[in-house]
Design a protein around this ligand. Structure first.
Ligand code: HEC
Length: 134
């Protein structure tokens, strides 16, 4: 985390915890108030990797889960969920749009600093707990 994952970075390779990439901070600005009451914070680990599609942001589960079916979404609303789940009527919904724009920035950031499994990736030397720089 921090050197090679696309969600975080370590400023100037300093001994500080990995910081969220600006696009992730922007995503959380909308996600936390809009989604955080029912879903855990986006942590860049485990299941949330499946929610974000940085290759095709518009295909992200994060965007499509609560998007209306006629607009191409899954329209998941749970059964008799209380409070009710708000469905985005279409892609022009301001909350949808804010999340989508942040994911587009995530795509751009990933292309600038590709993951190690992507063409053009550059290893980032990092001090690890084993006491050496790798
Ligand atoms: C009021 C509660 C509530 C809020 C607020 C809410 N959700 Fe959900 N979300 C649910 C429920 C309930 C489900 C499961 C629905 C189902 O399976 O039918 C769900 C499912 C999902 C899923 C699919 C999960 C999976 O494992 O496949 C995603 C992704 C998701 N929500 C993202 C969001 C995002 C992004 C927001 C904010 C824009 C949001 N949710 C806001 C209740 C909520």
């Amino acid at each position: 985390m921090g050197g090679r994952d696309p969600w975080h970075f370590v400023p100037d390779n300093k001994r500080v915890p990995p910081q969220p990439e600006p696009w992730l901070a922007e995503l959380n600005k909308t996600y936390t108030p809009q989604c955080g009451a029912c879903h855990p914070p986006l942590d860049g680990e485990g299941r949330h990797n499946r929610w974000l599609n940085l290759t095709r942001p518009e295909s992200s589960r994060l965007l499509n889960a609560h998007l209306a079916r006629p607009a191409g979404g899954m329209e998941l609303a749970g059964k008799d969920h209380n409070p009710p789940v708000r469905i985005f009527p279409d892609r022009s919904d301001p909350v949808y749009h804010a999340l989508w724009q942040a994911l587009e920035k995530g795509k751009a950031a990933l292309l600038v600093r590709p993951r190690m499994d992507m063409p053009g990736a550059v290893p980032i030397p990092q001090e690890r707990n084993f006491g050496k720089v790798y």
